[in-house]
Design a protein around this ligand. Structure first.
Ligand SMILES: [Zn+2]
Ligand SMILES: [Zn+2]
Length: 259
């Protein structure tokens, strides 16, 4: 079964909670079964499906859940649900795709803006799955010459790097450590100082740890990524296995001297 539920960021900080634990023990108000897929729609001002999760536990009383009081903005609501049952929603994907905005969901089978939990109709589910698949194909466009295991690993690498939650967290950490500035760790390129407003807050992240060395289900840690510009990122991936950040730094240093 596939469900659609809504999340209001003025009541609870879902983003930080998922980032910390990888799941949320959610107030259970529908008859979920273990293994069900739950799409989480974020209400105004976001108005799009932002997370895909899977139900891994149901009917948990309050004393069995991970206490997440720190993420509640509305403590009254938090206290209110304590006597009810909870289900565990484990994050599968964080999604950022205009295709899953309210307007397009309404055009593709959604009856009205999600409030309580609702079952996803066949038509809407087909649409959501199609949007999510197209997204994966875009990731692979630039690597059409990769096949088999190499292709699978590159795909995983890119999917991980493009995880908006990871990118956000990496940027935030980098800025905290560099006086609020965001620039390439390798060559120093700063999108904002070159492109102005349109380049503000733009940077890419590169996954340092090879996917082949990661265990099944292992989550990317913020220490596993480097914050770099698009050019350095392309250069890093020109070799298989890819170059290291240090190697590219040395290359840049050497050739800049010459110039
Ligand atoms: Zn660079
Ligand atoms: Zn990369």
């Amino acid at each position: 079964m596939n469900w659609l539920i809504s999340a209001n960021a003025s009541v609870y900080d879902h983003y930080s909670s998922f980032m910390k634990n990888g799941y949320i023990d959610w107030h259970q108000t529908a008859k979920y079964s273990i293994g069900d897929t739950v799409y989480i729609y974020c209400t105004k001002p976001v108005q799009m499906i932002r997370y895909k999760a899977v139900v891994t536990a149901i009917n948990m009383p309050f004393d069995e859940i991970t206490d997440d009081k720190e993420f509640w903005k509305d403590i009254e609501q938090y206290e209110k649900t304590k006597k009810d049952k909870y289900c565990r929603l484990v994050l599968v994907n964080e999604i950022y795709n205009e295709g899953l905005s309210l307007t397009l969901l309404l055009e593709n089978g959604l009856a009205c803006a999600p409030q309580g939990p609702q079952k996803v109709s066949l038509r809407l589910n087909e649409y959501i799955v199609q949007v999510l698949n197209e997204n994966e194909n875009v990731f692979l466009e630039s690597s059409a010459n990769e096949y088999g295991e190499g292709r699978r690993q590159l795909k995983q690498h890119i999917v991980r790097e493009r995880n908006p939650m990871l990118v956000q967290a990496a940027k935030k950490k980098f800025k905290q450590e560099h006086g609020g500035r965001l620039f390439c760790e390798i060559c120093g390129f700063d999108f904002f100082s070159t492109y102005g407003d349109i380049g503000e807050d733009y940077i890419e992240v590169h996954h340092i740890k090879p996917i082949s060395k990661m265990k099944e289900g292992e989550k990317t840690k913020i220490e596993d990524v480097a914050v770099i510009c698009s050019n350095c990122h392309k250069i890093i991936h020109r070799k298989k296995p890819c170059l290291t950040v240090e190697q590219v730094k040395r290359i840049v240093k050497k050739h800049r001297k010459k110039g």
